[in-house]
Design a protein around this ligand. Structure first.
Ligand SMILES: [Zn+2]
Length: 136
């Protein structure tokens, strides 16, 4: 994967999102779980969109799910991703939330409902992108 890291480096000073990126760097997919209504929050945020509680804890997820939708990029739209074509997938995680990432397999291998697993791509000493590979 060709990357201009500066084009995708997350803000690690953001108190809501930094734990997500740092956990990804250590090979873990995490999300905030509301301590009041038990919902998983995605994307990381200060307040639960279901019950407005500010109480949560970080939970390590399985990193597994299935492709809900996908698209193939044939043109460079971001200097971080110049190795076109590549596939971006919406993954319905086994725990419920839908998350977006790159599918690291060949574009022709993408299909709705295919099982996938997280694959973490380090972009600094403190952060990694959450991507996916087919779970075969
Ligand atoms: Zn809640």
């Amino acid at each position: 994967m060709s990357t201009d890291v500066g084009a995708v480096l997350p803000n690690l000073e953001d108190p809501q999102a930094a734990p997500f990126w740092k956990a990804a760097r250590h090979g873990q997919l995490t999300m905030q779980r509301c301590l009041v209504c038990n919902d998983l929050r995605w994307t990381p945020q200060d307040t639960c969109p279901s019950c407005l509680s500010r109480d949560y804890e970080w939970e390590v997820l399985s990193g597994k799910g299935k492709i809900y939708s996908y698209c193939i990029y044939y043109r460079v739209l971001n200097p971080a991703f110049t190795d076109v074509p590549y596939t971006v997938v919406m993954v319905e995680l086994d725990e419920g939330p839908v998350i977006i990432g790159r599918l690291l397999n060949e574009p022709a291998e993408a299909a709705i409902d295919e099982r996938v697993v997280c694959a973490f791509t380090a972009i600094s000493d403190e952060a990694a992108l959450v991507n996916f590979t087919l779970d075969k």
